[in-house]
Design a protein around this ligand. Structure first.
Ligand code: BGC
Ligand code: NOJ
Length: 809
């Protein structure tokens, strides 16, 4: 069952009923001012940090699930009836409804008793504000006297404090209303640097800034007293709950349309702002007023919207493909790339499943996210790499997370996830391959942000690799530390005294549990570093030797007979082996070892992939492990805390699936690679939206596995490494358009029933027009000249167009 459809031409997903299984959200903002918005206008806004600079309030885990938003109410003076043109909060049964989620904008259109309304929301480039444009049309035979009420609930900036510290916060709220603009000034006394504003393009019939005055006592958002009555009370909030509501009265003749603009924004006083008298609490309205005026003009809004679209044309223009599969085309060309950019901006902070309060930027996550956006904005990838590397510890280890505002490592969570440092090598390799910017390797980067500790980035990469070598366990495999990629496999939970409670992982970094996954990742990273070293004329053989040695250790202690083992626990017991009762085979080491090239020559890879197919594949994707843990096992940690089929306990953890697609491509099996690709491809799952339940235009982190009663149901959509890795799997391995250090490689491993495909790829300043067709033998021509079919395409001059024709058998 579908709840909408794709409009590929306009690059939109069109939702045609408001009651989607879950709120289906979109993101506003691309630079510093951001928000999430659902298909019924739920969501919230913030400046840079969703916790510390939260503009509007949201109620998590509420019923209805999605509450708090950018709401409007319309009231018909003739009948006294009122409704919300975005369905929420009144939930009036609308005659027509349509939500179009586009790239960084959302438009919700509806019709009720002859009044059509369309609300468009977006954040203009270069601004710290959002525009709401309301277009109203009277399709009745008679004039309509209408009232429009806007409504936002201001959060008192720190979203965590806002939700908990009422003894203080009910006393701090301050607003000011001047010339129809509502200024939200809470916190201004303390900091004197920022405030929010909410403005309307029309003369006001009234306003409210105190929530209770707007709603009325004991009333909720579906029947605010101000709307029911048709008049605001011009309330000015002193403490309690500052709120922003404008009231506009208009008369629309039959057939007449009108536009009303609203601007909600964030403003910081200029650093050198002078106050008169000094120290006074006057907000700096002089500097923001012209900005507000500008964005209340329709022409500015039109131009701003066009600029936003043009920016997306440019970003998505980096790779456009045309394959025989429509779902693949729309995901690669539009939605997967878009999700990658969103993930770049949000990391794991703000979605329908992440509150914006909890998590910082993950060291591991951010390096992987980079794989998905580096081709669109390499300069931002460079910045990101330098930020991440500056949080690395001098041991080569890494803080697991860092704070986006301070860019400092997070001490609460600390370090000890032993896969983390290796991701830096993989992230940097991806950046170098895309950009060719070898200069980044010489960039001085501190350790743990300590002034004076700067070393070239290359030194950080060496220490990353050395970190693993310095921490090998009893089998010569890397120590797992607190966990590896699988945050929930906490094998160093241990008890010194049998029968005593197990200690937490924080105390357990000294444990001897080992990870085959990290071993595979080490092989991959060591080879990448060797390639980089060779490219800049540094010694590289030692890295290749280390990779080979580790591959040997995997073959000796990490191979179980038909698949790669997962780990050894604190006591030296094997995990992910046929000898275990549960958790016999895990997907992660199969993907990672093969990506590192382990077992590719000697046939182990093919065997492991056959085991994956036999034991882990389901129609909804590949589950993380089998058999699921049926009870809690102290010695394995969080993994077994999940009921069977969910999350790391045998859920379809979508992030791992592209590793298997890549592995299948590496062994030359295009049918299997593409088959796995389609199983979790959101667009290909659109028709089963009642099962999948999350948005059909973006990946979710997890789909319930075969042991779960809700098999096939997705959760945790949007912010997941799944986005970047699936993009890598389809674009670089299945379609085979793969940046390398020396140039672009085209090496597709496509399904056998495809006649071919075409693609346009911008790469290092040149445009590669690629056409892949079938033929008797493999042949490659570049600009009409025969070329080594196994070779890397030569770099082309800036601005040039390179015609690439590849025939595959
Ligand atoms: C989840 C993991 C996640 C981790 C982050 C766990 O509860 O299962 O998927 O990475 O929390 O701390
Ligand atoms: C989600 C985390 O963001 C990611 O870093 C981790 O690898 C997976 N969960 C698996 O546990």
């Amino acid at each position: 069952m579908r709840f909408g459809h794709f409009d590929d031409e306009r690059r939109e997903y069109v939702i045609d009923r408001p009651d989607t299984p879950l709120p289906w959200i979109n993101y506003l903002g691309t630079e510093s001012y951001f928000g999430i918005i659902s298909n019924t206008a739920g969501g919230y806004s913030f400046y840079r940090d969703a916790r510390l600079r939260r503009l509007t309030r949201y109620r998590y885990n509420n019923a209805p699930f999605d509450f708090g938003g950018r709401y409007l109410y319309l009231r018909d003076a003739g009948s006294g009836e009122y409704w919300s043109p975005t369905w929420q909060p009144t939930q009036t049964e609308l005659d027509e409804y349509e939500c179009r989620h586009g790239l960084s904008y959302t438009q919700i259109a509806s019709g009720y008793k002859g009044i059509k309304a369309k609300v468009s929301y977006f954040v203009p480039l270069g601004e710290t504000l959002e525009v709401w444009r309301l277009q109203l049309t009277n399709e009745r035979e008679s004039a309509a006297e209408l009232s429009v009420f806007s409504s936002v609930e201001f959060a008192l900036w720190d979203a965590q404090d806002d939700a908990t510290n009422y003894q203080r916060n009910f006393n701090t709220g301050q607003v000011e209303v001047e010339d129809g603009v509502i200024y939200h000034k809470t916190e201004y006394r303390e900091r004197r640097d920022h405030f929010a504003y909410f403005a309307c393009s029309e003369p006001l019939a009234g306003f409210d800034t105190q929530r209770e005055a707007f709603l009325g006592p004991y009333r909720a958002w579906d029947r605010p007293i101000a709307v029911e009555r048709g008049t605001s009370s011009d309330s000015v909030a002193h403490g309690w709950q500052p709120h922003g509501s404008h009231h506009v009265r208009i008369t629309l003749e039959p057939g007449e349309s009108r536009e009303i603009g609203f601007v909600l924004g964030y403003w910081e006083n200029p650093k050198d702002a002078k106050f008169d008298p000094p120290g006074s609490q006057t907000i700096n309205k002089q500097t923001v007023r012209p900005v507000i005026e500008r964005w209340l003009q329709q022409e500015t809004v039109d131009a701003g919207f066009a600029a936003l679209r043009a920016n997306w044309d440019r970003l998505l223009g980096t790779l456009q493909v045309h394959t025989p599969d429509g779902d693949t085309n729309r995901m690669v060309n539009i939605w997967n790339a878009y999700q990658n950019m969103v993930t770049f901006n949000m990391s794991r902070s703000t979605s329908g499943f992440e509150t914006g309060i909890g998590r910082g930027m993950g060291f591991r996550d951010s390096n992987q996210d980079l794989l998905g956006f580096v081709h669109m904005i390499p300069e931002r990838a460079r910045e990101r790499i330098l930020d991440i590397a500056a949080t690395q510890l001098s041991t080569g280890g890494a803080y697991h997370q860092y704070q986006p505002l301070t860019k400092r490592g997070n001490n609460d969570i600390g370090s000890g996830f032993n896969d983390d440092p290796l991701w830096l090598i993989l992230g940097v390799a991806a950046y170098l391959k895309e950009s060719g910017d070898l200069s980044i390797l010489d960039a001085p980067v501190p350790y743990d942000n300590e002034a004076g500790s700067e070393q070239p980035l290359y030194d950080h990469l060496q220490r990353s690799l050395q970190y693993t070598l310095d921490r090998l366990g009893p089998h010569g495999l890397p120590l797992i530390g607190r966990a590896d990629w699988n945050d929930c496999l906490n094998l160093n939970c241990f008890s010194d005294t049998p029968g005593e409670p197990f200690q937490t992982t924080e105390n357990a970094t000294g444990g001897v549990a080992e990870s085959v996954f990290i071993a595979g990742q080490f092989v991959l990273a060591a080879k990448e570093l060797a390639g980089i070293a060779q490219c800049v004329g540094k010694p590289h053989q030692e890295y290749l030797d280390a990779a080979e040695k580790m591959a040997g250790t995997i073959a000796e202690h990490g191979w179980d007979g038909a698949w790669f083992r997962r780990a050894y626990d604190f006591y030296g017991n094997v995990i992910g082996s046929a000898s275990n009762d549960e958790g016999q085979i895990f997907v992660e080491p199969q993907g990672m070892c093969i990506m590192g090239g382990v077992g590719v020559e000697d046939g182990l890879a093919v065997k492991a992939l056959a085991s994956v197919r036999e034991r882990l594949a389901t129609p909804h994707g590949v589950v993380l492990q089998q058999p699921a843990y049926s009870s809690y096992r102290l010695e394995l940690g969080e993994i077994s805390s999940y009921p069977p089929g969910y999350k790391e306990n045998a859920g379809i953890f979508c992030h791992t699936n592209p590793w298997i697609m890549i592995a299948e491509a590496i062994v030359g099996n295009g049918d299997a690679a593409f088959d796995y690709y389609r199983r979790i491809l959101p667009s290909a799952r659109e028709a089963i939206s009642e099962v999948h339940r999350c948005e059909p235009y973006v990946y979710a982190q997890m789909i319930a596995g075969k042991d779960a009663p809700t098999h096939g149901e997705a959760k945790n959509s949007w912010l997941t490494g799944t986005a970047a890795y699936n993009f890598t799997a389809i674009s670089q391995w299945i379609l085979g358009i793969r940046p390398e250090l020396t140039g672009l490689r085209v090496d597709p491993v496509i399904p056998s029933d495809w006649p071919g495909f075409t693609a346009v790829r911008q790469f290092r300043g040149a445009t590669y027009r690629i056409s892949v067709t079938r033929g008797a033998v493999r042949a490659l021509s570049v600009d009409g000249q025969d070329f080594d079919p196994a070779g890397v395409l030569p770099l082309a001059p800036e601005g040039s167009v390179v015609e690439v024709n590849l025939t595959v058998s």
